[in-house]
Write a protein that binds this ligand. Structure first.
Ligand SMILES: *Cc1c(COP(=O)(O)O)cnc(C)c1O
Length: 410
């Protein structure tokens, strides 16, 4: 009989979003009169349609595929040069990143999970808590953890607690770690790291010969010009960091699928015999073997994000979502709740009213206000007592959510 990867059995069954969906369905079935009233501010998915410049470019790409003279079959596994070049020029100007250090993919979720392919066993993995669940679960699948305890914390992972006291930005640990996942602007807390906080992380990585896995999926939402948008803005990061970026949240590509990883050629890891090997070389080999490139019309559409019209249209989308975030943030503050995020990120991270756990608050919001939020505990033990409201919605829905919050709590 074929044996299985038993690490999968360590995964906790109640993954956050299925559990939310289950509760929403149970409520709707029991209360059909209220089902249509439900507003979803739970899952982090965009709501607004693709920017017109992106739609046009995707149509053009399809037309090229429909004509023998412009048809394209397999493209380069690492992505088309036109897109890699546009990314470097528009997102990493003056940061010393070259186009061949950019690898195009079909999503950051896959990239942040797949990256473990190129790392060995026995690394100490540091993960912030609360956190985007993908980082934890992919390490469980890869066999980098022991079993989960009753709170859902896995043995052998180094958890870095993020709390109101540290502003939800993890402090550099005193222990040594080999791989550290950082996500700024953060999902779920909306926290951003200052330049000096990121400098501390780069210094830690260099001192410990560690690698920073920096997820910048929400970079476009940063409003404060003093906040770094890329880890490569920090001196020395080219020697110790990998950055993940996606078109999902800026261009609204969650249903289109396009993202990229930046791996400077100067980032290395250690082989069994102690020699230093560039990670770039390994990822390039992995990508060529296990991936056949993102679709051509999609890469054309992604490049249109950097056209003059595309930039304007994306800026308008971000302004829309950040306007929502501001309304949600102010509504929660006016109710006397503790609020983080929502300033440089599309997530508002709110302290539960006294005495309520984050799942209590979830149920209260669903049952009494017909609003779906995300319970903080679903992102890790340190998320208990908090909930996340997503700003990805129409303005009308957000205004309605603010008013329902007010009637619910005041
Ligand atoms: C949405 C999101 C991404 C993007 O994922 P895609 O697979 O590119 O859609 C990456 N990281 C975090 C933390 C996210 O919330």
């Amino acid at each position: 009989m074929a044996s299985i990867n038993s690490n999968f059995l360590k995964l906790k069954a109640g993954y956050l979003f299925p559990e939310i969906a289950r509760r929403v369905k149970a409520f709707s079935d029991a209360n059909p009169d209220q089902a249509a009233r439900i507003i979803r501010c739970g899952i982090g998915d965009v709501t607004e349609p693709l920017p017109p410049a992106v739609v046009k470019a995707m149509h053009d790409g399809v037309d090229e595929m429909a004509d023998r003279s412009t048809f394209k079959g397999y493209g380069p596994e690492q992505g088309y040069e036109f897109l890699r070049q546009a990314i470097v020029e528009n997102q990493f100007a003056n940061l010393g990143i070259s186009a061949d250090e950019v690898f195009i993919s079909d999503g950051s979720k896959c990239d942040t999970g797949n990256i473990l392919d190129i790392f060995g066993k026995g690394n100490t993995i540091a993960i912030t808590d609360p956190v985007y669940p993908v980082y934890v679960d992919t390490n469980v699948m890869a066999g980098n953890t022991g079993d989960a305890d009753e709170n859902g914390a896995y043995a052998n992972l180094l958890y870095l607690p993020c709390t109101a006291e540290n502003g939800f930005v993890a402090d550099v640990p005193t222990q040594k770690a080999d791989l550290i996942y950082l996500c700024f602007p953060n999902n779920p807390t909306g926290a951003v790291a200052t330049r000096s906080q990121l400098e501390a992380w780069v210094a830690y990585a260099k001192a410990n010969d560690a690698i920073l896995l920096f997820d910048a999926a929400y970079e476009a939402f940063i409003q404060d010009p003093a906040i770094p948008r890329s880890i490569f803005e920090i001196e020395g990061a080219r020697d110790c960091a990998i950055e993940f970026r996606s078109f999902s949240k800026n261009g609204g590509f969650t249903g289109v699928r396009c993202a990229y990883v930046v791996i400077p050629k100067t980032v290395t890891g250690k082989a069994d015999d102690g020699t230093r090997i560039p990670l770039h070389q390994l990822w390039s080999r992995r990508h060529s073997t296990k991936f056949n490139g993102a679709s051509y019309p999609v890469q054309k559409a992604a490049a249109a994000v950097f056209s003059p019209e595309g930039k304007q249209q994306v800026a308008a989308l971000i302004e829309h979502y950040m306007g929502n975030a501001k309304l949600l943030r102010e509504a929660c503050l006016a109710l006397g709740l503790q609020v983080f995020g929502g300033v440089n990120a599309p997530y508002v991270w709110v302290g539960c009213p006294a005495g309520l756990s984050s799942w209590d608050m979830f149920d209260k919001m669903l049952n009494e206000a017909n609003v779906v939020i995300t319970p903080g505990a679903g992102f890790g033990a340190a998320g208990e007592g908090w909930f996340r409201i997503s700003a990805f919605n129409s303005r009308a829905n957000v205004v309605e959510v603010c008013s329902r919050l007010k009637s619910l709590i005041s």
